[in-house]
Ligand binder design. Structure first.
Ligand SMILES: [Zn+2]
Length: 396
């Protein structure tokens, strides 16, 4: 597939039929009794049994060959810079590689790896607006990158947040990566952001790389950001009793990342489940980072939580799709009429010990991806990155 792709619109009608297993992305009902998805204008217009869907007049028809369908995966925590380049590990094409890991939407937690990143207020605002615009106009591989996430610095005033919101900025980068680290200052700025419709994320745990900071549970609870960013650290995590405090002490989203502490991540999952609040748990990679760039990172999180976390695979997929969409108020993440037609077709990897897709994920294996659709447009066929899927969809 071409590396560069803009936000072009689907023309005509897409029908995906012969889907063997429909993963909805919705925790309350993770499996749907359906074998067909119809999309028009980039949106899902029908989901159901073939006989009950209007499949006539299709421009593109995909025979899923019995593969499973899931909503496109959402990476809740990435650090893009510009285009499909990351200076952190000197890589090109990393976002396109994530597409081959089933990721259709990424959310920036700050463009913090930009060499020479401006930290003065006018500069950080300009960067946020530029990043938001650039990724709105350019989708590497077709992946929707929601970026333009400024890192708050001391001296910002309420009108700065109003200006950012008016200019199209809807996210804050990780609170704590700038000079605003704690206390009333962080709480006030997070509240200003919220007032103007800007969603916030806070860094949690030890410094990830030199120059990053340490933020404990008390500070996270005081700042009251919308997302408890990488609750399992990046990689240095808070003690487990503090992670329990975060889960019990507020109702904010619990973000578990690939580039974090695995024991802490599994513990956060357990605490959320004990509270019967699995709907708060969302997944990210926190990449690019010192630990690298993981095209299969979200799939790896799904397999980790399903196998070692004893979370049924069909629910684990919800944490990577519908939960994130709901927590972040996105129009994707669910196989549901009206949502963006972002669909991953996948199957048990060849030679997995699992008997079928869900069993293989419950046993800790990664699925094989056979096709990824974003906004009703086929963006890649057999993944170049996952283990090969047993069955692969075909364009009829
Ligand atoms: Zn962080």
């Amino acid at each position: 597939m071409a590396l560069a792709a803009g936000p072009e619109k689907q023309t005509g009608k897409l029908v995906i039929r012969n889907i063997g297993l429909m993963l909805s992305g919705a925790l309350e009902a993770p499996l749907l009794d359906a074998d067909t998805i119809v999309a028009q204008g980039g949106r899902i217009v029908a989901v159901g049994r073939a006989a009950d869907c209007d499949t006539g007049g299709a421009t593109v028809t995909i025979d899923a060959q019995g593969c499973a369908a899931a909503p496109g995966l959402i990476d809740s925590h990435v650090h893009p810079v510009f285009g499909d380049w990351t200076p952190r590990q000197g890589q090109l094409g990393w976002i396109d590689s994530f597409l081959h890991g089933g990721v259709t939407t990424m959310i920036s937690a700050g463009e913090v790896h930009l060499p020479g990143r401006p930290r003065d207020i006018v500069g950080l605002k300009a960067l946020a607006v530029t990043a938001q615009r650039a990724y709105a106009n350019f989708r590497p591989g077709g992946v929707k990158v929601l970026a333009g996430a400024p890192v708050i610095e001391q001296g910002m005033v309420e009108s700065d947040f109003a200006d950012l919101a008016a200019a199209g900025v809807s996210l804050l980068g990780e609170v704590g990566l700038g000079t605003v680290k704690a206390g009333e200052e962080a709480q006030t700025m997070v509240a200003w952001a919220r007032k103007y419709g800007i969603q916030s994320t806070i860094h949690t745990g030890g410094p990830s790389v030199p120059g990053s900071g340490y933020i404990d549970a008390e500070t996270v609870l005081a700042a009251d950001a919308d997302i408890i960013g990488h609750i399992n650290g990046g990689h240095t995590a808070l003690p487990l009793n503090q992670i329990r405090c975060l889960c019990e002490g507020c109702g904010r989203a619990i973000e578990i990342v690939h580039n974090g502490n695995e024991l802490a991540g599994l513990s956060a999952l357990r605490f959320a489940r004990e509270l019967d609040q699995l709907d708060r748990v969302i997944l990210g990679t926190d990449s690019p980072a010192g630990s690298g760039v993981q095209p299969l990172g979200i799939l790896r999180m799904v397999a980790l939580l399903a196998s070692l976390g004893d979370l049924p695979a069909e629910q684990a997929f919800c944490l990577a799709t519908g939960n994130t969409a709901r927590q972040r108020k996105l129009d994707c993440g669910l196989i549901e009429v009206g949502r963006a037609a972002d669909v991953v077709l996948l199957d048990r990897a060849q030679h997995s010990a699992g008997t079928e897709l869900l069993d293989s994920v419950n046993k800790g294996d990664l699925p094989g991806i056979g096709m990824v659709v974003i906004d009703g447009i086929v963006r890649c066929q057999r993944s170049r990155n996952t283990p090969p899927a047993e069955r692969v969809p075909v364009i009829v």
